[in-house]
Design a protein around this ligand. Structure first.
Ligand SMILES: [Zn+2]
Length: 163
């Protein structure tokens, strides 16, 4: 005789006590995904569109995706406001990429092309580029203008959010 329950998969979360569920927004479709922080290394993907939730490079946001992404993130989001014609922006791009890898799972890194996302750039009063703006819980908490090397970006982030 078999019990019906034996055919059902049983999931055991041995480390449930140390796990934190984090809201991760999808840059592609805007969906909010809930991911345990101990699964960040498993390349979590969006439940709706399968885009990577923690890509190893900054995600591109536009006027359509920006608001949702910022509002739905459980992690701080660092946004690089830049433009194609801006020399210092291009010089900083690889540094920003390096900083993104360094802060994997702690801070989400995003880029906004101010030429394309005119509305978002205006909304946040971006006067000069590059400008980095840090958002937490959907609100701006800090900003810094001017190109910075990766080490300086890390230092600046560290000064804002003690870990
Ligand atoms: Zn998605």
């Amino acid at each position: 005789m078999r019990f019906r329950g034996e055919n059902f998969p049983v999931r055991v979360y041995s480390d449930a006590m140390s796990q934190t569920i984090v809201d991760l927004p999808c840059a592609s479709c805007g969906a909010r995904n809930r991911v345990p922080d101990d699964r960040f290394g498993d390349v979590p993907v969006c439940g709706r569109c399968s885009a990577k939730l923690l890509p190893d490079h900054p995600v591109a946001l536009d006027d359509a995706s920006f608001g949702k992404y910022i509002a739905r993130s459980g992690l701080p989001v660092l946004v690089d406001f830049w433009a194609e014609w801006c020399g210092p922006c291009k010089a900083m791009a690889p540094q920003f990429e390096a900083a993104a890898r360094e802060h994997f799972g702690q801070v989400l890194f995003a880029k906004v092309d101010t030429e394309a996302a005119v509305q978002t750039a205006q909304q946040f009063g971006i006067q000069s580029i590059p400008t980095l703006v840090l958002f937490k819980g959907g609100a701006e908490v800090a900003r810094q203008s001017g190109a910075m090397p990766a080490a300086k970006i890390a230092q600046w982030l560290g000064s804002i959010q003690p870990r």
